[in-house]
Design a protein around this ligand. Structure first.
Ligand SMILES: NC(=O)NC1=NC(=O)NC1=O
Length: 166
């Protein structure tokens, strides 16, 4: 984590590199970097959130390339893989029955919507995630795109909060 005033002063490419693991949408990071300097963390988060409002199906598809399935903790040391593992740390898939239910749920979701099931995993147990997955399977395409985008916004802003602090 770096301080806001340090972020404000970083070279643009270093600032972009810091934001890259938040979401695989370079346009969002570039717009946030261009909006510096920020007078407060609240101003940073206000702008960061505002910049997510224009996201639609295309952005969701692009962003999902950097999100592993729930329950499939990604390998490797790339920043977004490390973050995914941390976010999914509470998803206790040692319970084999639960792990299998998540695996099947992911498969059902992908068959229904044609993309990976995305949920803000931080602070949620595997049971809560499975329940959300089952509930979201009942959504229309439009409803589910909106819900998945909201989860992407939550994950992005949580990662931003982890990258830049006081
Ligand atoms: N498919 C997913 O929902 N992935 C993820 N959710 C998170 O909160 N972090 C992830 O990588």
């Amino acid at each position: 984590m770096i301080a806001l005033n340090h972020f404000n002063q970083l070279e643009a490419d270093a600032a972009m590199a810091l934001l890259q693991p938040c979401v695989a949408l370079p346009g969002w990071a570039a717009a946030l970097v261009a909006a510096r300097p920020f007078a407060s963390l609240a101003a940073l988060h206000h702008t960061a959130k505002a910049l997510t409002q224009s996201w639609g199906g295309a952005e969701l598809e692009q962003a999902l390339s950097a999100h592993p399935r729930i329950g499939e903790k990604p390998g490797g040391q790339q920043a977004h893989a490390v973050l995914s593992r941390q976010e999914q740390s509470a998803v206790n898939v040692d319970d084999r029955q639960l792990a299998e239910a998540l695996r099947l749920g992911n498969a059902d979701y992908e068959a229904r919507f044609g993309r990976v099931f995305l949920i803000r995993a931080k602070g949620r147990s595997a049971e809560e995630i499975l329940e959300a997955l089952r509930q979201r399977l009942t959504h229309s395409d439009a409803e589910e795109t909106a819900v998945a985008l909201e989860q992407l916004r939550e994950i992005t802003l949580l990662r931003l909060a982890g990258a830049i602090g006081e």
